[in-house]
Design a binder for this molecule. Structure first.
Ligand SMILES: Cc1cc2nc3c(=O)[nH]c(=O)nc-3n(C[C@H](O)[C@H](O)[C@H](O)COP(=O)(O)OP(=O)(O)OC[C@H]3O[C@@H](n4cnc5c(N)ncnc54)[C@H](O)[C@@H]3O)c2cc1C
Length: 579
């Protein structure tokens, strides 16, 4: 059965960014709002965020938004658009207080203010020493944000379509008029006609073998937008978080180091003292992950194969560990059988966060080129988007901040746009592409197995396109991806049913992941410098003369086309990055 729906604003995604956007859009008088989500809202990955949300409240020690903006720009290795970082650092303060007023149970200082702790790359007085900027609710900050926002969205009468999987955007005349989605429970295809569409579908970490990301993070809309001719900005900048559980990738928050934990190599040495003498273990993630790889490569790893690093919390008061880091303590006990209170925890870098994404203006309007041409009716916020606040490397706690600041902005802007526009006619055959996509997989040759191709994709991305990169390995990965794309044409599914056909959706998600990998690898091969999370062993230096610009990757037939967009500079001149 086909279904057609009409709303002024639709939001795709029910994580922190989507829910914040939906709430704000719903508060605009007379504007109808629906959220479409492939997961039940409270299962979104925002709920897994642990350590905190950064805002210069100054509750524990002196702090200012200027310091936060500077840290964000320097942390982003100067690829951050400075106007975006400056606005962000101011607005996130208000947004955190707003969460508090919605009832979010933050930890408290003895005087009853929101408690704050240290986090990587956040400093006082432009890099002098680490500062307490992360507002937290134990190590369950994202869980609290998601629950709070979901409750508020229900109160605001937002309509929810849960377990609806968006498979296409309705694009006509360079503008967006809604989306087409597949209903998991029934197999029905639904058309969502909208005046304004907000994309808030999160990340794509599932293209790597070792990742902190949940299974659903398959970059669906980064692929759909790309197939629809829109560019993806800066996909080569993919963050590896230093402290994933060894072999599993399950995250141990940077908040652990914020509370005093230390990284040690196989000789027991606190090696970060050599790489970042001022802030040591609290250096930005790109630097710490690289340092860990180098220690291992030079034979100073821990364990029988010398292939991991230790996180040491044993000197921290057991009460602090149990009360401020309860979840990660449980994770290491359950998954590795290691008690962080008494033992060193084996860790390795884990694929964590996409700095790039669907390009937007500072006001979250999606743009289609380097001249900032706006796509009418289309907005993006959260991890899927690139405003660009995180530049070449995101600082810890700045994603949750991004969700609430730019999610809110997207909701306000989309509602304003919708209130001033009428509905347009939908193009004929609006569901055709979605049907073709589903039929292609449903009636596929079944010569290849989805699980095998996905494993090959994840293994090769991890080995050839992760923390360190070279032309040789990236070129090899281009060929591997071409082969995987060809073999993907021969996948199929055994489940021919229409109800809860998760096998079908997994196959489609693999197609999305392959596109995401293609964007990343081509952009990484193209960028002949090292900056932030993109580290080329054959081009070790940052090259501002040639490469102080954003990448835009477009789909071009079976290949890609690359273009550029200038970085918005401001008062901070790009300088060598030392900590
Ligand atoms: C383990 C972990 C810990 C983290 N800790 C922190 C932290 O302490 N501080 C911090 O700042 N950041 C942290 N991050 C990063 C941060 O949590 C994420 O970047 C952020 O939550 C992403 O939010 P989002 O709203 O963009 O997307 P998500 O919360 O990932 O939500 C995506 C939504 O999109 C929907 N969706 C996706 N595809 C489709 C589709 N095709 N159709 C319909 N719906 C779709 C999903 O159902 C979901 O509702 C952490 C990340 C991880 C993985």
């Amino acid at each position: 059965m086909n279904r057609a729906h009409k709303f002024d604003v639709i939001v795709v995604g029910a994580g922190g960014a989507g829910l914040m956007a939906a709430r704000y859009a719903a508060q605009h008088p007379g504007v109808s709002v629906a959220v479409i989500s492939k997961l039940y809202p409270t299962r979104s990955h925002t709920g897994a965020a642990q350590g905190g949300v950064g805002a210069a409240l100054g509750n524990v020690s002196e702090d200012h938004p200027e310091w936060h903006a500077f840290d964000t720009i320097k942390g982003g290795d100067y690829l951050t658009d400075q106007d975006v970082a400056e606005r962000f650092a101011v607005e996130v303060i208000e947004a955190v207080y707003e969460l508090e007023h919605m009832g979010l149970p933050f930890n408290r200082t003895p005087e009853g203010k929101i408690a704050q702790r240290k986090f990587g790359g956040h400093t006082r007085e432009f890099g002098k020493s680490a500062v307490e900027r992360a507002c937290y609710a134990a190590d369950r900050t994202g869980h609290m944000i998601l629950q709070t926002l979901y409750q508020q969205s229900i109160k605001d009468r937002v309509n929810f379509f849960n377990e609806f999987h968006v498979l296409d955007m309705i694009m006509e005349g360079g503008a967006c008029h809604g989306v087409v989605a597949y209903e998991l429970a029934t197999g029905d295809i639904h058309t969502f006609h909208a005046k304004a569409t907000i994309i808030a579908t999160g990340g794509n970490g599932r293209m790597f073998r070792v990742t902190s990301n949940a299974h659903a993070l398959t970059g669906d809309l980064m692929s759909i937008a790309y197939r629809r001719g829109l560019p993806i900005e800066d996909p080569e900048f993919y963050q590896f978080h230093p402290t994933g559980l060894y072999k599993l990738g399950v995250l141990l928050t940077e908040g652990a180091r914020g509370e005093g934990a230390i990284l040690r190599n196989g000789d027991g040495e606190r090696f970060m003292e050599r790489y970042a003498p001022t802030i040591k273990d609290l250096a930005p993630r790109d630097m710490v992950s690289r340092a860990m790889y180098l220690e291992i490569r030079e034979g100073r790893g821990a364990g029988p194969d010398k292939d991991y690093i230790h996180l040491d919390l044993t000197h921290i008061d057991a009460h602090v560990i149990e009360t401020r880091l309860p979840d990660i303590t449980e994770f290491s006990r359950i998954y590795l059988g290691v008690d962080p209170i008494k033992e060193l925890v084996p860790i390795q870098p884990t694929a964590h966060y996409a700095m790039g994404g669907i390009p937007t203006t500072i006001d979250t309007q999606v743009i289609s080129d380097g001249q900032n041409t706006i796509v009418p009716g289309l907005y993006a916020a959260g991890e899927v988007a690139c405003a660009s606040i995180h530049g070449a490397n995101r600082l810890g706690t700045n994603s949750l901040g991004d969700l609430i600041v730019f999610g809110r902005r997207a909701g306000i802007e989309a509602a304003k746009f919708a209130a001033s526009e009428g509905f347009t006619e939908l193009p004929a055959g609006v569901q055709d592409r979605t049907r073709e996509l589903i039929d292609g997989v449903r009636k596929g040759k079944r010569k290849e197995r989805v699980s095998h191709l996905r494993r090959e994709l994840q293994d090769t991305m991890q080995d050839y396109a992760s923390v360190f990169r070279t032309e040789e390995f990236l070129s090899q990965q281009v060929e591997i991806l071409r082969d995987l794309q060809e073999r993907y044409e021969c996948v199929g599914v055994e489940d021919e049913g229409h109800k809860f056909n998760t096998e079908l959706l997994e196959a489609i998600e693999l197609g999305f992941l392959l596109d995401n990998a293609e964007q990343l690898v081509h952009a990484a091969l193209n960028r002949q410098e090292s900056r932030g999370a993109h580290s080329r062993e054959d081009f070790k230096e940052r090259d501002d003369a040639t490469w102080l610009k954003h990448t835009l990757v477009y789909k071009d037939g079976d290949g890609v086309r690359i273009d550029y967009k200038p970085v918005t500079l401001g008062k901070y001149e790009p300088k060598p990055r030392t900590y």
